[in-house]
Ligand binder design. Sequence first.
Ligand code: LMR
Length: 387
Amino acid sequence: FPGGLGPQPADSLLALIGAFRADRRAGKIDVGVGVYRDPQGRTPVLRAVKEAERRLVAGQETKAYLGPEGDAGFFEALKPIIFGDADHGARLVGLQTPGGTGALRLAAELIARFNPQARIWVGEPTWPNHHPILQAAGLEIMAYQHFDVATQRLTFARALDALSRARRGDVALLHGCCHNPVGADFDMTQWRELAQLMRERGVLPLIDLAYQGLGRGLDEDAAGARILLETVGEGLLAYSCDKNFGLYRERVGALYALAGEAAAAGVVQSNLLALARANWSMPPDHGAAIVRVILSDPALAADWRTELAEMRDRIRGIRALLADADPRLAPLRGQQGMFSTLPLTPQQVARLRDERGIYMPASGRINLAGLTAETIPTFVDALASLR
Ligand code: LMR
């Protein structure tokens, strides 16, 4: 190999999986990687998923290729969940992707193709993998401040101020709901104000919607995305079914592109298909087929909604317990989804791991689903011991 290769650090989030597993201490607590856990600490396969898998095993007659667009039934079945009553007709195109990550990567490559000068505005802080994905497509990244961890407050005015300096044709990456890593989402007034600004400035939204249904509810969690697309009239939406269907390792995602006109949408679609072909040729089938089977059977879909509501309620319950346990954790109550970020230094995070067996990334992000009513006192006590 050429000598230009340097060793790369392990991914900071994924490294936690192995480190936690190797820890032999009883009572260790994992609030690291973002997977849902039930009160027993398990990440169960949902009932509706199991049933859909049974039906697929019994009834599937071929494993022949589907094509770079993936499972069209899956792609269509998700539309009402994501876009509600809005009928975008032929202006809305897209395809199935390997996870939300695949959707983001394809979106980034599409942007680099249609506007090589486009800069992409990314909130701070954000999911640590956003930057590598966007940089891999060659996009120039600009920053807007989303949240202040020390005060646990959205910095909306600063975000607007930064985006008002965007150039026409730039793109803004926005978390649709359940912000990863801080759990702080815009309210409807803020979404409208932001959407108006983006429309005026000619800034295209790229919405990352990876936790729909785990915040306030399926429609509530998509409301910001709907406002943005409606107001701006165009945009990209990277979707993940990993969390809300509990399909993590199956890598189930989709990329939706809303164009101003149907003719432009057709050109976008042909580019997406070509980019998919050059990246992964065709997405894996199984997970998307599961989602299609669930959403096309009203009884299974209802059962999925029930289990999704149980996951959501459990996370909200943990938020409330944490907020009640220590006044310094009170802001977590108003936040959404699996994550919040505590104002901890990397040294304090290391102490929690070494002294108490509590695992989280150095950023201080916690996955609330890693806690239970039983472990919360231990967790809160460990935080207090840092002071
Ligand atoms: C997370 O943020 O923990 C999850 O989205 C898992 C991942 O891929 O990083």
